[in-house]
Write a protein that binds this ligand. Structure first.
Ligand code: HEC
Ligand code: HEC
Ligand code: HEC
Ligand code: HEC
Length: 352
C-alpha cells in the first residue's frame, strides 16, 4: 500500500486483527494516509486516526472519510474482549459519519464527499440513503458483487474486489460548482498481464517465498509422524476456557489490573517488545511465535494460568488453588514491583 501511494486509506475492522500497536507501526512505517470516522478510543471517544482527509484535484476540494461496520456485526465475544483490552471500539457509523460529513461540508467547504466503506453493500446503501451530502460511496466489504457503479438518490455507489484480487475505476465529470454531471466505471480483476511495478513485485515475491517456509503451514507431505508425547504435551488454554466453569472467578479477575496488563503496554513503543510481553501476557515463550516474538490476543494480559499453571494440568494438580509467593515474584521482582508485599498484594487479587 505504501508503494501504491494512495491519497487516502480507509480502515476496516479487520485491520485491528494484530492489534492497535501493529496497525500504528504499519501506518507509520509506510506513511499511510489512514482515515476513519468511527475508529475511536473506548473511554474518551477520541479519533484514533484522522477522521477525514481533503484532497485537492483539478481545482476541486474532495473530502474523503471512511467508516466500518460496528464490531458486533463482525466478531465473536472473544475478540470483542481483545478490542476492549486495547481501549478501542467502532462507534455508531451513522452518528459518526453525519458528524464528519457536516464538518467537511461546513468547515472545509469541500466540493465533493467520498465515503470509503467497510460494512457490506446493503448496510452501506441504507446509510448512504439516510445521510445527506454523500456524492460517492465506495464499498469494500462485499467482494465482487457490484461490477458497474450505480446511482441511487444523490449518491453513486461503486465497489471493487476484495483481498487485492481486483481494483475499481470510477470517473466523474464535474460541473463547475462541483456537482457530478456524469460518471462511468467498473470493477475489474487484477491480472498478471500488463505493466507491473518492480518494487511491488519484489514485495510480492518475498511474501510468496516466506510462505514456502514450512514454519507455520506444514504441507501434508512434509508433516512429521505425530508423536504421542507431543499431542499430550501440556499447554496454556487461555482465560476464556476457564471462564466456562469459573464464571464468578473470571468476573472478579476481570476487575483486576492483571486483566488489563496488556493495555498498559499496547500503545507504547514497546507493544511488541519481548522484554515487556514476558510479564504483561500469559505463557510468553511457550505460546509466542519463536521467530517474530508475537503472541496471539487470547494470551494477552496476566491470566489465570500465569498463577495457576497450564490449564491442561488442571485435573492432575490438586494444589492448584495455592499460589505461593515465588509465583508472584517471577513478575513482581525488585525492579518492576519494588513495593511488592505478598500479604498486602494478594488482598487485591483474591477472587470471591
Ligand atoms: C470443565 C470445567 C472446568 C474448567 C474448564 C476449568 N475448571 Fe477449574 N475447577 C473445576 C472444578 C469442578 C473444580 C473443583 C471444584 C471446586 O473445588 O470448587 C475446579 C477447581 C479449580 C481450582 C481449585 C483447585 C483446588 O485445589 O481447590 C483452580 C485453581 C482452578 N480450578 C483453576 C482453573 C483454571 C486456571 C482453569 C482454566 C485454565 C480452569 N480451572 C478450568 C472445573 C473447571
Ligand atoms: C505473569 C506475571 C505476573 C504474575 C505471575 C503476577 N503478576 Fe501481579 N501484576 C503483573 C503486572 C504486569 C501487573 C501490572 C498490571 C498493569 O498493567 O496495570 C501486575 C499488577 C498487580 C497488582 C496491582 C494491580 C491490581 O489489580 O491491583 C497486584 C495487587 C498484583 N499484581 C498482585 C499479584 C500477586 C499477589 C501475584 C501472585 C499471587 C501476582 N500479582 C502475580 C504481573 C504478574
Ligand atoms: C519481570 C516482569 C515485568 C517486566 C519484564 C515488565 N513489567 Fe511492567 N509491570 C510488572 C509488574 C509486576 C507491574 C506492577 C507493579 C506494581 O504494581 O507493584 C508492572 C507495572 C507496569 C506499569 C505500571 C502500570 C500501572 O497501571 O501502574 C507499566 C507502565 C509497565 N509495567 C510497563 C512495562 C514496560 C513498558 C515493560 C517493558 C520495558 C515492562 N513493563 C516490563 C512486571 C513487569
Ligand atoms: C495473580 C495471580 C492469580 C490470577 C491471575 C488468578 N488467580 Fe485464582 N487464585 C490466586 C490465589 C492467590 C488464590 C488463592 C487465594 C484465595 O483465593 O484466597 C486463587 C484461588 C483460585 C481458586 C480457588 C478459590 C476460589 O475462589 O474458588 C480458583 C478456582 C481460581 N483461583 C481460579 C482462577 C481463574 C479461573 C482465574 C482466571 C479467570 C484465576 N484464578 C486467576 C491467584 C490468581
Amino acid at each position: 500500500m505504501g508503494i501504491a501511494q494512495y491519497d487516502v486509506v480507509g480502515i476496516g475492522e479487520a485491520e485491528l486483527r494484530y492489534g492497535l500497536g501493529f496497525l500504528r507501526s504499519q501506518i507509520k512505517a509506510h506513511d499511510l494516509p489512514a482515515v476513519s470516522a468511527n475508529l475511536v478510543y473506548l473511554d474518551s471517544g477520541d479519533y484514533i486516526v484522522e477522521p477525514y482527509s481533503v484532497v485537492k484535484r483539478g481545482g476541486f476540494k474532495v473530502g474523503v472519510t471512511a467508516v466500518s461496520g460496528e464490531l458486533e456485526s463482525f466478531r465473536g465475544k472473544e475478540s470483542l474482549k481483545d478490542w476492549r483490552d486495547q481501549n478501542v471500539t467502532l462507534s455508531d457509523p451513522e452518528t459518526a459519519l453525519t458528524e464528519v460529513i457536516d464538518r467537511m461540508r461546513q468547515k472545509e467547504k469541500v466540493d465533493l464527499v467520498i465515503v470509503l466503506s467497510h460494512m457490506g453493500y446493503e448496510e452501506g446503501a441504507k446509510l448512504g440513503e439516510a445521510i445527506p451530502g454523500i456524492d460517492v460511496w465506495i464499498e469494500a466489504h462485499n467482494r465482487g458483487r457490484m461490477v458497474t457503479p450505480e446511482k441511487k438518490g444523490e449518491t453513486i455507489y461503486a465497489a471493487c474486489r476484495g483481498r487485492s484480487s481486483g481494483y475499481g475505476e470510477l470517473y466523474l465529470s464535474l460541473a463547475e460548482e462541483g456537482a457530478v454531471s456524469n460518471f462511468v466505471g467498473r470493477a475489474g480483476g487484477l491480472t498478471s498481464k500488463g505493466r507491473s511495478d518492480e518494487a511491488a513485485l519484489a514485495v510480492i515475491m518475498e511474501f510468496k517465498q516466506a510462505g514456502k517456509k514450512p514454519t507455520r503451514r506444514v504441507r501434508k507431505a512434509d508433516q512429521p509422524v505425530v508423536d504421542a508425547a507431543m499431542v499430550s504435551k501440556d499447554t496454556f488454554v487461555s482465560a476464556e476456557s476457564c471462564r466456562k466453569c469459573h464464571a464468578g472467578v473470571y468476573e472478579s479477575w476481570a476487575m483486576t489490573g492483571h486483566a488489563s496488563a496488556y493495555a498498559t503496554i499496547a500503545e507504547t513503543a514497546q507493544w511488541n517488545d519481548p522484554d515487556c510481553l514476558i510479564c504483561h501476557t500469559t505463557g510468553y515463550g511457550e505460546m509466542s511465535d519463536p521467530e517474530s516474538g508475537m503472541i496471539e490476543p487470547k494470551f494477552w494480559n496476566v491470566q489465570c494460568e500465569s498463577c495457576h499453571g497450564m490449564g491442561t494440568q488442571h485435573s492432575r494438580h490438586p494444589g492448584a488453588a495455592e499460589v505461593p509467593e515465588h509465583v508472584c515474584l517471577e513478575c513482581h521482582n525488585q525492579s518492576n514491583s519494588p513495593e511488592f508485599d505478598y500479604d498486602a498484594y494478594v488482598e487485591h487479587i483474591v477472587h470471591h
